[in-house]
Ligand binder design. Sequence first.
Ligand code: NCD
Length: 361
Amino acid sequence: MKSLINIMDLSVAEIDELISVANDIIKNPLKYREACKYKTLATLFFEPSTRTRLSFESAMIELGGSVLGFSEASSSSAAKGESVGDTVKVVGGYADIIAMRHPKEGAPLVASLKSDVPIINAGDGGHFHPTQTLTDLLTIKSEKGSLDNLTIGFCGDLKYGRTVHSLIAAMSRYKNINLVLISPKELMLPDYVKEEYIKGSEMSVYETASLEEAMPKLDVLYMTRIQRERFKNLDDYERLKDSYILTLDKLNSAKEDMIILHPLPRVNEISTAVDEDKRAAYFRQARNGKFIRMALILKLLNEKEGSPKVLQNYNNAVILDKACKNHNCITTTEQEIKNAFYKNADEDFYRCAYCDNKLED
Ligand code: NCD
């Protein structure tokens, strides 16, 4: 039984296969109409969502399966203090596969350690969002023809933007990738993403605060929302929220065949006038989310019993008598889970195996 917690749990070959199955589903939807007959997907969403939850649910319905679940923590027993581990143990008795979104980083990993059915991470705090990455990869492949030889600009909230973290990790395995990281200094990419996925890869990286400067070089512009809900101080949010607003004027210096992606929801970082430009690919991207999730559900449900659990960094972790101090880490709320930490070869400190934050002394 395999879960998808981190995009790196999938090999490049597995991702290629998911993209080709998704493309086949797009061409021949009727072929898949009963592929998951008598199977049930549970969507456990402890945090708001439109696209991710509904695309998971419509994916399962179009595969002929059933869906159940909840869309807010307040309507589940989490409101009574039930742990993530107990929740998935119970739901595993009602469903064959679980998609979970949670505000605490590492919650889906904890769930996968306890669960008897596959767990799909549908977003954990400001950490990772692997199924959005699969959506992004399918979109880039369809629109640009390849996942190699691309200059990709990530613009906006690179600190809390979990979709950015997962997509950068995924891109580290393709050829000739140049990253342009466009953010205010307060919202720069976290160092665990740089250490784990950029360092040691062949990707080149250029950091700037100017979207105008970056624009002419880009093949893909990945816009993001400033993540209001993750700010500790809302004055900082107010100061930074309008850092980047993409307008038609700004697109004048962009390549004719550049594509604009955005995981959505958009607040005001892309003017609606841009929607009419052929480079605006974000609504096509949202639609792709359903097809790639269909391919993923099929893959995980068809996985042979007993196939190994691949859990990035957790498998090599050591147990220490110390606690992670990241207040968004699942270890701060979930009872009786191991304090697991790992060390990178060239770092002389530990990182939490659930949220990847540096262990403070
Ligand atoms: C993103 C998310 O939840 O991280 N949305 C999505 O899943 N499509 C992006 C966001 O909320 O800004």
